[in-house]
Design a binder for this molecule. Structure first.
Ligand code: HEC
Ligand code: HEC
Length: 399
């Protein structure tokens, strides 16, 4: 059953039950309309009793949003939780000598002070501007897919793309393997044993697995205001943020930004604008094919458990303009927003959602808007409340 049908069915069931209890149907409909006249998703929740601010079903959802559970093991990477591998990963992350002119390190774009993003619309290295916005790496270790379009299906496959990318580190595969062995050979042997011979990809996969081990250690330790609020500290979130959480649930943000990471791990077209300087970005339409062809994909010979993951689905035309739902934890630190960094502020993101995304037919956005991203009306303090809630998801933004 589609969510729309499910909602219709639940609504009519609710109305039927109300009729049995001799509550006039018109009264129920009037109450729902009074609660949220232009927020159809809210009606799913409206019927159940709660604490006045949130219904019982809303509370059940909220409790799934915090705390963040511990990382799951990664069977494709046997050194995923090896501290020596993570230490080497840290060194690799900061090593600018692993770039064509000695100026580019991962940390140059993924700045720890900005939740490992860079504050730029699109990434810049060696004077070149790339195609996409640099995402936070805080929760990258929890993702099934890496990159805005999911073009890598493991955390250890992703670094080779940055190392080889002409607008990032810009190294050829052989040169990269040579430098890795020359600069980090001893540490690599200490973690993995003897060198893998002249298979460049095997050397790169080992280095990628160490980077992945490091990235597994960088998730923030301190809880956000929202986490403290869910754990039972009512003063941790200001009233505006609590109202923002209500809206987040009722206008349907939570349909995609769900669970403790505020991401369903899936791809959706919400029609954020591309950057005209880059041209159309078709997102998942291309990412799925790239992931299937990636030499270090989770099912390649370089994986430590090839059967652990299903391969990506073949591309379908509906994938056009779909991007991975990003986590919203840390979002206060990662402006500007969207795959092309075209939305400067959280306010501008919310205005775009309220409008239902870039209009159909506008060439600056690809694909057909997802049915979950319905437009909605912003009233009074709604925009500020939603922003207050989004900010409460970043540690250190509220008292
Ligand atoms: C020039 C800036 C730049 C450099 C240098 C760089 N990155 Fe990135 N990183 C990006 C951008 C931009 C993206 C998103 C690219 C895309 O989706 O196509 C990204 C995406 C990622 C992701 C995926 C995160 C997610 O949530 O999908 C990981 C992991 C990552 N980078 C790790 C690294 C590592 C490790 C290095 C060093 C080997 C590195 N990056 C070097 C800019 C950079
Ligand atoms: C249909 C699924 C879906 C719904 C509903 C949805 N989002 Fe998103 N969200 C996404 C996707 C996909 C992206 C990435 C889009 C892109 O870059 O093109 C995104 C991006 C964002 C970003 C930018 C994050 C970043 O790091 O750049 C913010 C903030 C955000 N959403 C907040 C919200 C809010 C607030 C709502 C409710 C008003 C909402 N989202 C509703 C799927 C969704």
């Amino acid at each position: 059953m589609t969510p729309r049908r499910l909602r219709a069915a639940l609504l009519s069931l609710g109305l039927a039950l109300a009729a049995c209890q001799r509550v006039p149907v018109a009264a129920v409909a009037a109450r729902d309309a009074a609660v949220e006249p232009d927020r159809p998703f809210a009606r799913l929740y409206a019927a159940d009793a709660g604490d006045g601010r949130f219904s019982e079903p809303e509370w059940r959802r909220i409790r799934r949003m915090s705390p963040v559970p511990p990382l799951e093991p990664d069977p494709t990477n046997r050194v995923a939780d090896d501290p020596a591998a993570a230490r080497l990963g840290y060194a690799l992350f900061h090593d600018a000598a692993l770039s064509v002119d000695g100026t580019v390190a991962c940390a140059g774009c993924h700045d720890p002070a900005r939740a490992f993003s860079d504050g730029l619309p699109r990434a810049v290295a060696r004077g070149r501007v790339g195609r996409r916005n640099t995402p936070s790496l805080w929760w990258a270790a929890t993702h099934r897919w890496q990159l805005w379009d999911g073009a890598a299906d493991s955390l250890w496959a992703q670094p080779v793309m940055a190392w080889e990318h002409p607008s990032e580190h810009g190294l050829s595969r052989d040169e990269l393997a040579r430098r890795l062995t020359a600069r980090h050979g001893e540490a690599l042997r200490a973690v993995f044993g003897a060198d893998p011979g002249d298979d460049a990809l095997a050397v790169i996969a080992r280095a990628g697995k160490c980077l992945a081990a490091y990235l597994r250690t960088i998730t923030p330790r301190s809880p956000s205001a929202f986490d403290r609020w869910v754990a039972g500290a009512p003063a941790a979130m200001e009233p505006a943020a609590v109202r923002g959480l209500q809206l987040f649930l009722r206008v349907g943000c939570v349909r995609c930004h769900s669970g403790a990471l505020f991401s369903d791990g899936d791809f959706h077209a919400v029609r954020f604008p591309d950057d005209p300087a880059v041209g159309p970005d078709h997102g998942r339409l291309e990412g799925s094919e790239r992931a299937r062809a990636h030499p270090l994909r989770a099912q390649s010979a370089y994986s430590d458990e090839r059967e652990a993951m299903f391969p990506p689905n073949p591309t379908s035309p509906e994938d056009d303009g779909r991007f991975l739902t990003p986590s919203l934890r840390g979002v206060a630190l990662t402006a500007p927003y969207g795959h092309a960094g075209t939305l400067p502020t959280l306010e501008s993101v919310i205005d775009l959602y309220a409008a239902g995304g870039t209009p159909a037919g506008d060439p600056r956005a690809q694909g057909v808007r997802d049915v979950f991203a319905e437009p909605f009306v912003l009233r009074g303090s709604d925009r500020a409340d939603l922003v207050a809630f989004l900010r409460a998801l970043t540690p250190g933004t509220q008292p």
